[in-house]
Ligand binder design. Structure first.
Ligand SMILES: [Zn+2]
Length: 417
């Protein structure tokens, strides 16, 4: 039976969102958390963007070291041969790529303004796939941008051409959040049946249906005999009204009526990391988790009214569909209310050593020289993020200083070698 895989796109669609972004260290932490959770793939960035290069390489190195494993790290580029060439020039060992091009009449006419016709779109895409194959890409997804506003016949023609040239998946992008569960089910099923490739569902939330559409699309793909790959972001962060929320998608896929029996997630996902990754993304993006967010919001397990409180006290299942412990909630949180020593971009060795010695697993440095080096990296990490680092980041820096040095190295306008 085909299964549902998760491809999280926080580090690509999430960070390209207006007014929001992540530092390279924060992006790396997201990859580590996604890996620990058991997510299949992280769309970890833009291989043709110069300031991403050191970050992408450092994360691929973490993958080689086994620190980020088995999570797949996939890059996003435009579906043109020149972008594939550039991606492999900058990141020679990039293994997984998604190649994106617009397929709707609206975008072909509105964006390309007559420079490209429908057959040019297919030609560009197939040339890009050929090139990526020639460079030895291990997996290639082809993205039909604005697929939900594209005629189905053309979408099938596009998908068949992609398949013929060796693409592994077709990404159905509901770029404007235009679909509803019924339309996306039909489309995903038709693509699965007619093209015979796994289907990725990339859904936006402009009509409040991103999660429902992702699930319905996955059902369509599976009923059409193919694996489904749902694109998510942590806390649903994404362009405009956002993308399908990672945690809500996992909850829907595993808890919704009759769903889990027929449409299963591939491999175990550690839902008990939900609270941790949601809180980290909220902190890193500087965007609070909505109080009523499924599973991880402040009110997700709060009961006040008489009948509800009484009912949940008698048996939580009266008013809760799932348990808070499953999401990794329930631990008390300690907030320092007295004297506090912080680390920042102007920290000194004494305060820093104090902070590191008070971590849950204290870090002691062999000598002052070593402590100074780690402190220097922490200071640079603070320059980039402009907010205090969380414990996991401090531990990561102390553990992998060479990687962190690469993550923090930005050399704008440097001569290309
Ligand atoms: Zn998107």
């Amino acid at each position: 039976m085909p299964k549902i895989y998760l491809i999280d796109v926080t580090n690509r669609d999430g960070v390209q969102t207006a007014k929001l972004g992540l530092s390279k260290l924060e992006k790396t932490m997201i990859n580590i958390y996604l890996n620990d959770m058991g997510v299949f793939q992280s769309e970890f960035g833009f291989p043709t963007t110069r300031h991403e290069v050191n970050y992408l390489k450092a994360n691929l190195e973490l993958a080689e070291m086994g620190v980020i494993k088995p999570l797949r790290l996939g890059g996003w580029i435009r579906a043109i041969a020149a972008d594939v060439e550039l991606a492999f020039r900058y990141i020679p060992n990039i293994n997984h790529l998604n190649l994106s091009i617009s397929t709707s009449n609206q975008m072909i006419n509105g964006k390309f303004q007559g420079r490209k016709k429908k057959h040019d779109v297919i030609k560009d895409m197939t040339e890009a796939v050929d090139k990526a194959r020639a460079y030895g890409a291990e997996s290639i997804g082809v993205n039909a941008e604005d697929a939900s506003r594209t005629e189905l016949d053309y979408l099938i023609e596009f998908g068949l051409a992609a398949k013929e040239h060796g693409a592994d998946r077709i990404r159905y992008c509901d770029t404007l959040g235009y679909d509803n569960p019924f339309t996306i089910y039909d489309n995903a099923r038709a693509l699965a049946e007619k093209i015979g490739l796994p289907v990725e569902l990339h859904c936006h939330n402009d009509l409040g249906m991103a999660v429902a559409n992702s699930i319905a699309g996955a059902m369509g793909a599976i009923d059409g005999g193919q694996d489904a790959y749902i694109n998510t972001t942590v806390n649903g962060i994404g362009e405009r009204a956002g993308n399908a929320d990672l945690i809500a998608v996992i909850l829907a896929a595993t808890k919704s009526k009759d769903l889990g029996q027929r449409y299963e997630l591939a491999g175990p996902v550690k839902l008990n990391m939900a609270f941790k990754i949601a809180k980290f993304a909220s902190y890193a993006f500087g965007v609070p988790i909505p109080r009523n967010q499924p599973g991880v919001g402040a009110n997700a397990f709060a009961h006040e009214s008489g009948i509800h409180a009484d009912g949940v006290l008698k048996d939580p299942e009266n008013y809760e569909l799932y348990n808070y412990e499953e999401l990794g909630r329930g631990d008390p949180e300690f907030v320092e209310t007295g004297r506090e020593i912080c680390t920042g971009e102007y920290s000194g060795i004494s305060g820093f050593s104090h902070v590191m010695s008070r971590l849950p697993v204290p870090i002691k440095f062999p000598d002052r020289e070593n402590a100074s080096q780690i402190l220097e990296l922490v200071r640079y990490a603070n320059v980039e993020s402009q907010k205090p680092l969380v414990e996991d980041q401090l531990i990561f820096i102390a553990k992998y200083p060479d990687i962190v040095k690469k993550l923090l190295t930005l050399t704008p306008l440097a001569e290309e070698k």
